[in-house]
Design a protein around this ligand. Structure first.
Ligand code: CA
Length: 127
């Protein structure tokens, strides 16, 4: 009788842990996010960010720092084709997005770029 009770407690504990894991965001569809944090006088403010959503079919770019340079997200699709989306309105609120992917041709890689001149500064993201 004692053994059964102990076993039951273990089973319940396991079910609770499994339930917690299933409910954690990491277990749901992963959405890639990446930012560039090199802006401002101390070079550690966020210049902008970008990422991939909608089951790896949509890419977006957001400029978050008003220094005159925009922000861009490049993507690579499963079939090898590439493209990009620029933030539409500088550092005003809001982002720009495109949906280049499909359920059979998803985004497999992306890079976010602070469009600094004369050279962009880009960081690799994981979709
Ligand atoms: Ca900017």
């Amino acid at each position: 009788m004692q053994r059964h009770r102990a076993l039951r407690a273990v089973v319940i504990a396991f079910a609770l842990v499994a339930g917690l894991l299933a409910g954690a965001p990491i277990a749901s569809a992963h959405e890639g996010y990446q930012d560039v944090n090199l802006c401002g006088g101390d070079f550690n403010n966020r210049c902008g960010y970008g990422g991939v959503t909608n089951s790896h079919t949509r890419a977006y770019a957001c400029d978050t720092f008003a220094e005159g340079y925009g922000f861009r997200t490049y993507w690579t699709l499963q079939n090898g084709s590439t493209g990009f989306v620029d933030d539409a309105n500088g550092s005003d609120s809001g982002c720009s997005a495109r949906v280049p992917g499909t359920s059979t041709n998803r985004i497999v890689d992306f890079d976010v770029c602070w469009k600094r001149q004369p050279e962009f500064i880009c960081v690799d993201g994981t979709p």
